[in-house]
Design a protein around this ligand. Structure first.
Ligand SMILES: Nc1ncnc2c1ncn2[C@@H]1O[C@H](COP(=O)(O)OP(=O)(O)OP(=O)(O)O)[C@@H](O)[C@H]1O
Ligand SMILES: [Mg+2]
Length: 253
């Protein structure tokens, strides 16, 4: 338990009373949400509900107008820039994969592993044994061991998404934020991505935004439904998907 300004939280991520407006439009409106250490949380909600904006706030891309955002009990994320927040161990995967297409799968992971070194450090850096072991482990997790020497550009869309998740894992973040990982994936890839995230969640805290309800159901974790920048419902997938307001604004569309 840590105390900040009289507030106590054992949560890894704690948002309370967060507000963000863009030109008078309230994108985030009194948003409160907590993530326990080790938890995986699924975030659902209609287009424009504020899911991505919430991730922008956590990662320092967007500053809240008001409210509290704490990481690891004591760190006020609203005072830090994106680089600093990434260094604290918050990794984010955007919807579109941004792998280096002309590099091999393995080299993409090496680049990610070495991301916080200086340019000079990168030039003179040599791969050591623990790096190799970590990359082997990541490759296995993301199911790309057999593709390690392939160019990232030759991977399927789903494999590129996994590689990007692997690039985050290489940095061993405390919290992983994943925005719509299965958009554009085949059913088989979607199913495998659910397995992959469950495996990652064994030793990482994860927040995953997704519209694919069968994928969310497969994850089997607590679900938060956002609407108009605030929490509309929270609970098991069965509780949330039978909530009348959730059906009205989202599922029943
Ligand atoms: N930088 C910005 N400037 C202006 N408006 C923004 C900005 N970022 C987000 N918005 C607006 O805030 C609202 C919430 O957007 P956000 O992208 O967070 O929704 P979302 O829940 O991720 O939706 P989707 O499911 O479509 O990805 C939208 O109306 C969006 O247009
Ligand atoms: Mg979004």
């Amino acid at each position: 338990m840590n105390t900040v300004d009289g507030r106590t939280t054992s949560a890894l991520l704690y948002l309370d009373g967060v507000h963000v407006s863009f030109d008078g439009f309230k994108a985030i409106n009194n948003l409160s949400l907590t993530l326990a250490p080790g938890e995986m949380r699924a975030i659902i909600g209609p287009n424009g509900a504020g899911k991505t904006t919430m991730m922008d706030i956590i990662t320092g891309k967007t500053r809240p107008d008001e409210g509290i955002v704490l990481f690891d009990g004591t760190t006020d994320l609203t005072r830090l820039d994106e680089t600093h927040i990434a260094e604290l161990g918050i990794g984010r995967k955007f919807q579109k994969p941004t792998v280096f297409e002309s590099q091999t799968v393995e080299d993409n992971l090496l680049l990610a592993l070495n991301v916080d070194h200086s340019v000079r450090g990168t030039l003179f850096w040599r791969q050591n044994r623990s790096d190799t072991e970590r990359i082997d482990r990541v490759l296995e997790t993301i199911r790309l061991t057999d593709a390690r020497k392939r160019l990232a550009g030759s991977l399927s869309h789903g494999q590129k998404q996994w590689l990007e998740i692997g690039m985050l894992l290489a940095q061993d973040p405390k919290l992983l934020l994943v925005d719509e990982p299965v958009a554009g994936m085949t059913d088989v890839e979607t199913q495998q991505t659910a397995e992959l995230l469950k495996q990652i969640n064994r030793d990482h805290t994860v927040m995953v935004v997704e519209h694919d309800m069968s994928f969310v159901r497969e994850l089997g974790v607590k679900v938060t439904c956002l609407h108009e920048g605030t929490v509309l419902a929270e609970g098991t997938i069965d509780q949330v998907s039978s909530n009348e307001r959730v059906i009205e604004v989202y599922l029943g569309r």
